[in-house]
Design a protein around this ligand. Structure first.
Ligand SMILES: [Zn+2]
Length: 218
């Protein structure tokens, strides 16, 4: 009951911020400011054996990212999740199993989200406020039921399919603009390598990396 109340409270506060997961509006391009050069790197499906290496690299680069954890991958990776929190990354919920929230009944969907929320709470002491639905498939009613903010993406790296560092970097850098949310997965070595390259290149191009929460509350 306590946990349910906490989840509700956190979700409600986030929801009241008025964020609905859309891509940030762009300016007319006449004025480029630091603010509209913000991008958010997001990683789904972890933790995995590559997550620790990614955290080390992000720390060296001084970059905060957003991780949407898959509940069924959490057990055995508690230490890396604690590190994620200590390093200041945003920890979000990617549900327990990788199924579409549209393919299961509402009761099951809520169960899969809450199960992962509870796991994250047990490890970090904090309920995730943001949910990334698998495949980006979501039913609007669910956000009222679980009181969480769904987060989608505007640049899909296709890293899970490409599994080629060069190709991932090229694809992301070709598409990215200020205000973008970049979708990646910390389940592949090539994704870790690509993320490092993308951060370095975009920094040089004047971009700033923020968590999805920082993008929402800016
Ligand atoms: Zn996923």
């Amino acid at each position: 009951m306590y946990k349910t109340f906490l989840a509700f409270l956190v979700g409600f506060i986030c929801y009241m911020s008025g964020y609905y997961g859309q891509k940030t509006e762009q300016t007319d391009g006449m004025t480029v400011t630091r603010e509209n050069m913000q991008v958010a790197l997001t990683f789904d499906d972890g933790p995995s054996v590559y997550t620790s290496e990614l955290l080390t690299e992000l720390k060296k680069l001084g970059v905060k990212a957003s991780f949407f954890l898959l509940g069924q991958n959490i057990t055995g990776h508690e230490e890396v999740i604690r590190q994620m929190k200590a390093d200041g990354h945003l920890i979000g919920n990617h549900t327990y199993e990788h199924v579409s929230m549209k393919a299961v009944g509402d009761e099951k969907a809520v169960e899969l989200i809450e199960r992962t929320g509870n796991q994250i709470f047990e490890i970090t002491g904090q309920y995730p406020c943001f949910v990334r639905p698998p495949y980006g498939e979501w039913k609007e009613d669910l956000e009222y039921t679980v009181c969480m903010v769904p987060v989608f993406w505007s640049v899909d790296s296709m890293d899970w399919q490409l599994q080629n560092t060069e190709a991932i970097v090229e694809r992301v850098e070709r598409q990215v603009e200020g205000g973008d949310i970049i979708l990646m997965h910390d389940s592949f070595e090539t994704s870790v390598e690509a993320a490092v390259r993308i951060v370095r290149d975009l920094w040089e191009g004047g971009y700033e990396f923020v968590t999805v929460e920082e993008m929402v509350f800016r």
